[in-house]
Design a protein around this ligand. Structure first.
Ligand code: BTN
Length: 262
């Protein structure tokens, strides 16, 4: 289990001030965060688990959560404005990418909206959920899953070709406390910069620098339609501008695949 003492010491230096809950196993850290919020907890929370029995990804997919991975949920009040919810996930994706680069991982890239890739294979994802706690009052649950010390043979065979782990890429195990502490520090820094500039521009610029999506041929399924086109730009609200044969479209969310260029 991650050493709670080290996490407390790390968090003391941050403006984030979450109550920390470390669990050996849980169904889903996001679900645990939601239960605590439903029971009245309003403080920022950091829920950590060594394994999850029902880890969830976007589009109700399973997030396989064997021992070795980093699984956490951070709850906070949305910053700036209500429309900026998707930008919080983009902020976390940028922080994860930077944390991986700090560990010496190369070929780190971001895929819209908030996947983190190593050498074109997914290593981390974010599931953000918005919880209403009163009239015009909300909390965001930012659920982060990172395949850290995860042997690929612990993941189902059908996702192994598109998935990787830090262990797989570096060929050695790395400290979970260190990655977690670095990640929280990097998230904290970006939240502070966003608050003080009243803008997510810094985060969006960082995403543009690290992304593998813009300029690529893509297929996006937004739940009702599938679009194929060239990803042109990420817009100030985090949505994606796509050039299709039928004209330009803007997507707020979607399941995106990078396609090979003809
Ligand atoms: C995705 O890429 O589809 C998002 C994956 C998010 C997984 C994390 S693991 C911690 C938190 N708890 C969950 O059940 N899901 C998120």
């Amino acid at each position: 289990m991650v050493n709670p003492e080290l996490i407390h010491r790390c968090v003391e230096k941050l403006t984030l001030n979450p109550q920390i809950v470390c669990l050996p196993t849980v169904d889903s850290t996001n679900d645990e965060a939601k239960r605590l919020i439903a029971s009245g907890r309003r403080a920022e929370l950091l829920i950590l688990a060594d394994t999850q029995t029902h880890g969830r990804g976007r589009y109700n997919r399973t997030w396989h959560s064997p021992e070795g991975g980093l699984y956490l949920s951070l709850t906070l009040r949305p910053i700036l404005h209500f429309d900026s919810i998707p930008l919080h996930s983009i902020l976390c994706a940028c922080a994860i990418a930077k944390a991986l680069q700090n560990m010496g991982v190369d070929e780190v890239e971001l895929k819209w909206p908030n996947d983190v890739l190593i050498a074109e294979r997914k290593v981390a994802g974010i599931l953000s959920e918005l919880i209403s706690i009163g009239p015009d009052e909300h909390l965001i649950v930012l659920g982060i899953g990172i395949n850290q010390n995860t042997p690929l043979n612990l993941l189902p065979e059908d996702i192994r070709y598109s998935t990787t782990s830090i262990l797989e890429h570096l060929g050695r195990t790395t400290s979970r406390e260190k990655l977690l502490c670095d990640l929280l520090t990097l998230i904290d820094f970006r939240l502070q910069a966003t608050r003080s500039s009243s803008s997510f521009d810094m985060v969006l610029d960082e995403w543009r620098q690290k992304n593998a999506t813009l300029g690529s041929k893509i297929r996006v399924d937004d739940g009702s339609m599938t679009y194929i086109g060239i990803a042109k730009e990420i817009l100030p609200d985090g949505s994606l501008l796509v050039h299709t044969d039928d004209g330009d479209i803007t997507l707020c969310t979607g399941d995106l695949t990078h396609l090979c260029q003809d």
